[in-house]
Design a protein around this ligand. Structure first.
Ligand code: BGP
Length: 466
């Protein structure tokens, strides 16, 4: 990989639709969204952006917009419908077509193997709490390496072990809708093990290219520098960042994390002899970073853990994080937020990249997602999303500054390529560079941000002499 990758990203469940076509199996998200538990914004990914049928059109728009990379995820349920066992040739054929369509347009396919959608059979058997899921994942990964490894050079194993398991087992808004952090640590550990097994299989198979894990990492900041605030920062860094990144990059869980969980009386019976070797053999070649906001933290003063998130974008709902014995999430009243309470703070990427670069010297970084959710309005056939342009421009500039200062950043991907399903938040929360008119047969309409991105990439290419 030589040129800087300027692309955009999606995930299978959020955009493909075609939930029961071409022998696809059911995922936990299919089942959850079809159930009465899906009661905050009851909608499904059954059709979503209809990307399964329209990927050529979406790739045409990406190519016309100057993008040279597309990050998408493979639906495990299309490749191995039951999670383990028989491979579905129709699923292989579909992603062969997507990959070939990328290459035909000089777009580098960047593949994520797992982006939240787990085969329902594995979910019923305990999902990520069940260690066997890590073996099933590795077997699935090998099928993908064998089928697509001749053309795909950039792979990611798992998307956001932190955020995914926090929603599944902490906030409780993603299936299996549990609020018990001890179960979260178990599930996250198995995800990290799964990723390490797949990374080792990739290296053993001597496939060309690089493989990494996508981490939702955060710049950890605080309003004060007193010892109790410093301790809150240390614990938040352990909780959100190092728990995942140390395992993926250094091949070991931080001792401080194991000690902390032990001190809470947690039974870590899932740490088995031989696991250290598995993690050590599965160190990533690069780290994907999904960057949205920072974590401003303070000491936790409550004795009860309480976690909630704003999934409605209204004042009826709020974001709250108090992790008893660890830290609480603080607020800065002076910064702007979107309707869902996400802080608009582009400098966070600069701080984060330097923090990570200090902790993991010489690591290769790829910004795998950055985006802003907004209730975009279609006015006279156009979407003037200047708020998004300002936000993305800030992130791009701060990313490039960190790069100039020595952080080895190789890519930047906007979340998302086009509007798609936003987990739990439904379809009103839009992130796309391209608008999808769900009332008009999923018609695509490029937004102002799409044209801004095109100009930004063109200016970069001119500067680089490409
Ligand atoms: C990331 C996920 C994406 C995407 C994005 C926006 O954490 O990797 O899949 O959804 O966040 O989040 P949301 O849709 O919850 O607003």
């Amino acid at each position: 990989m030589s040129a800087f990758l300027w692309g955009s990203a999606t995930a299978a469940y959020q955009c493909e639709g075609a939930w029961n076509e071409d022998s696809k199996g059911q995922s936990n998200w299919d089942v959850f969204c079809h159930s009465e538990k899906n009661n905050i914004n009851p909608t499904t990914g059954d059709i979503a952006s209809d990307h399964y049928h329209r990927f050529e059109e979406d790739l045409d728009l990406m190519a016309a917009g100057g993008q040279n990379a597309y990050r998408f995820s493979i639906a495990w349920t299309r490749i191995i419908p039951n999670g383990t066992g028989v491979v579905n040739p129709e699923g292989i054929a579909h992603y062969n077509a997507v990959i070939d369509a990328c290459l035909a347009r000089d777009i580098e396919p960047v593949v994520t193997l797992y982006h939240y959608d787990l085969p329902e059979s594995l979910f019923i058997a305990g999902g990520w709490e069940n260690r066997q899921t890590s073996d099933a994942f590795c077997a699935y990964a090998k099928v993908c390496f064998n089928a697509f490894g001749d053309r795909v050079r950039t792979w990611f194993t798992v998307n956001e072990p932190n955020y995914d398991t926090l929603c599944c087992y902490g906030i409780g808004n993603y299936p299996p809708n549990v609020k018990d952090l001890s179960r979260r640590w178990r599930a996250m550990y198995h995800m990290l093990l799964a990723s390490a097994k797949a990374v080792a299989a990739f290296h053993e198979g001597a496939y060309q290219g690089m493989i990494g894990l996508v981490s939702d990492s955060y710049a950890i900041e605080a309003h004060s520098d007193t010892p109790d605030y410093q301790e809150a920062k240390r614990l938040a860094d352990l909780f959100y960042n190092r728990s995942v990144n140390d395992a993926a990059v250094l091949g070991q869980l931080p001792t401080e994390l194991i000690d902390k969980l032990h001190s809470e009386g947690q039974i870590l019976d899932y740490l088995l002899p031989g696991d250290q070797e598995i993690l050590a053999a599965g160190k990533v070649d690069m780290l994907g970073i999904n960057a949205y906001d920072r974590m401003l933290v303070k000491p936790c003063t409550t004795s009860q853990t309480s976690l909630s998130t704003n999934n409605t974008g209204t004042a009826d709902s709020s974001n709250e994080t108090n992790i008893a014995g660890w830290f609480s999430v603080d607020e800065d009243p002076t910064t702007q937020k979107n309707a869902w309470g996400m802080e608009l703070y582009p400098k966070s990427i600069y701080t984060l990249l330097h923090q990570l670069n200090d902790h993991y010297p010489n690591l290769v970084f790829m910004i795998t997602e950055n985006g802003m959710g907004y209730r975009d309005q279609l006015v006279d056939g156009q979407i003037h999303d200047t708020y998004r342009v300002d936000f993305l421009k800030g992130f791009v500039n701060w990313t490039l500054k960190a790069r100039e200062e020595g952080c080895d950043v190789r890519s930047y991907f906007v979340w998302s390529t086009m509007d798609l399903y936003s987990w739990i938040n439904g379809y009103a929360k839009r992130y796309g560079l391209v608008y999808v008119d769900y009332n008009d047969n999923c018609r695509r309409i490029p937004k102002d941000s799409y044209y801004w991105y095109k100009d930004t990439i063109a200016a970069w290419n001119q500067k680089e002499g490409r």
